[in-house]
Design a protein around this ligand. Structure first.
Ligand code: SAH
Ligand code: SF4
Length: 359
C-alpha cells in the first residue's frame, strides 16, 4: 500500500484508535497500551513498541504509519527565549511553530492550517491565502516535536496557544480532535486550561465551542470596534458583523462561565487613538473580558506600522476607565520574524532570491 494511504495514528483520538483496532480484532486494553506507548513513553516508530502484542505490531506495520514533521528551517531569537521552527509536512507544505522558553513555563504557538483564507490585511499568513487544512496529526505533531526538544533539555511544556498560521475554527473538526489528543489523561495529559484557541471571530464555531465540553481558553481577534473599521483590517468582519460576534461571545461566556480574551493588534494611526479605545471600552464594558494589545509586527504586504509606546499606554488608560483590564503582549522574537506567517514568508523570499533566474 502506498504509505500516504495508511492511517497516520497521530490523526486519531483514543476512541477513534479504539474503533480502528476493534475492526482488526484488538481490545480496548491493546488500544490503551498502544496509546501510552505513543504519548507517555514517546515511541516514535513501530520498532519501539516493546511489550505490545506481536500480532498488533505486525498489523500496525502493514496498515498504519507514524508521520513526523521534519525541520525545514529554524532560528533562535537573540535573547535565546524564542525558537522558531518552519516544519515540513508530508506533502512538502511548511508551517510555523514557535517555542517560547521561559524557565518552567514553556509555551508553544502552533498552526492549524497551511496559510489562511481569512485575509486579514496586516497578517503575513493572510497575505499567502489558504493552501489546506492541517490534519489532527499535523497539529499534534507540532506539540510532539517541541516536546522532544524540551525533553532533551530537561524542560517540559506547559502552555499551548493556537495562534500560529491559520484559523482554528475554519478547521474545526481537526482542531478539536487534536485538542482531544493533547488533553487525553492517558497520554500527554495537558491541562485544558493551559490551552488557548484564538479565532478571528467565526461565529458558528464560537457557538459550537460554547456547546461542547472543552474547558480551554478562548481569544477573539477584534482589531476594530465598529463594523467599518474592523472590516478594513479583518475582511470576514463583513460576514460576521460585530453584533453577531459579540452575541456569540456573550453566549460562550455565559454557557461556559469563562472570561474571554480579546486581541487588538495596535496599528499606528489606524486603530490606536483614544477614540478607538473609547469605542472598544463601550463595546466590552460589563463583560467578563480581558484585552491583549499587541503592537503590530510590520509585514511586507502591509504599509502600517506599530503604535508608539505612549499611544499604547494611553490606549490602555482609556480601557481602564471602562474597567476593562488589558495586557500588552510584545510579540517576542521580532528579530527572527516571529510574527504569524512571517518566517515562512521570509524563507520563501530568500529562496526565491537565491534561485537562478531564467533567461
Ligand atoms: N487566526 C487566528 C489565530 C492566528 S493569528 C486569529 O486571527 O485570531 C493570532 C493573532 O496574531 C491574531 O490576533 C492576529 O490578529 C495576530 N497577528 C497576526 N499578524 C500579526 C502581525 N503582523 N502583528 C501583530 N499581530 C498579528
Ligand atoms: Fe488568518 Fe488569523 Fe492571520 Fe487573520 S490574523 S489572516 S485569521 S491567521
Amino acid at each position: 500500500m502506498p504509505s500516504d494511504t495508511l492511517t497516520n495514528l497521530y490523526d486519531l483520538t483514543r476512541p477513534e484508535l479504539g474503533a480502528l483496532l476493534a475492526g482488526w480484532g484488538f481490545s480496548a486494553y491493546h488500544r490503551d497500551q498502544l496509546w501510552t506507548a505513543l504519548y507517555r513513553r514517546h515511541a516514535t516508530s513501530f520498532d519501539e513498541l516493546e511489550g505490545l502484542k506481536p500480532e498488533l505490531v505486525r498489523a500496525l506495520r502493514e496498515r498504519a504509519r507514524l508521520s513526523h514533521l521534519g525541520v525545514h528551517h529554524e532560528s533562535f531569537s537573540s535573547d535565546g527565549f524564542t525558537h522558531k521552527l518552519l516544519l515540513r509536512l508530508d506533502d512538502g507544505q511548511t508551517i510555523e511553530t514557535v517555542l517560547m522558553r521561559f524557565k518552567g513555563r514553556a509555551t508553544v504557538c502552533i498552526s492549524t492550517q497551511a496559510g489562511c483564507a481569512m485575509g486579514c490585511v496586516f497578517c503575513a499568513t493572510g497575505q499567502m491565502g489558504l493552501s489546506r487544512h492541517l490534519t489532527p496529526g499535523e497539529i499534534v505533531g507540532q506539540v510532539l516535536h517541541v516536546n522532544r526538544v524540551l525533553r532533551d533539555a530537561g524542560e517540559s511544556l506547559r502552555n499551548v496557544v493556537l495562534m500560529g498560521m491559520g484559523e482554528p475554527l475554519h478547521n474545526y473538526e481537526h482542531t478539536m480532535a487534536a485538542i482531544d489528543v493533547l488533553v487525553d489523561a492517558m497520554g500527554l495529559a495537558m491541562g485544558p486550561r493551559f490551552i488557548t484557541l484564538s479565532t478571528v471571530g467565526v461565529v458558528p464555531g464560537i457557538r459550537r465551542l460554547a456547546d461542547e465540553e472543552r474547558p480551554i481558553h478562548l481569544a477573539v481577534s477584534l482589531h476594530g470596534a465598529t463594523d467599518a473599521e474592523r472590516a478594513a483590517l479583518v475582511p470576514v468582519g463583513r460576514r460576521w458583523p460585530l453584533d453577531e460576534l459579540m452575541d456569540a461571545c456573550r453566549y460562550y461566556s455565559e454557557k461556559r462561565g469563562r472570561r474571554i480574551f480579546f486581541e487588538w493588534t495596535l496599528i499606528s494611526g489606524r486603530n490606536d487613538t483614544a477614540e478607538h479605545a473609547h469605542t472598544l471600552g463601550q463595546l466590552l464594558r460589563g463583560m467578563d473580558a480581558h484585552v491583549n494589545v499587541i503592537p503590530l509586527n510590520p509585514t511586507v504586504g502591509y504599509d502600517g506600522g506599530p503604535s508608539r509606546p505612549e499611544s499604547v499606554r494611553a490606549f490602555q488608560d482609556v480601557l481602564t476607565s471602562y474597567a476593562v483590564p488589558s495586557t500588552v503582549r510584545q510579540r517576542r522574537g521580532i528579530d527572527i520574524d516571529a510574527g504569524c506567517g512571517q518566517l515562512k514568508a521570509a524563507v520563501e523570499r530568500r529562496t526565491r532570491r537565491s534561485l537562478p533566474t531564467s533567461a
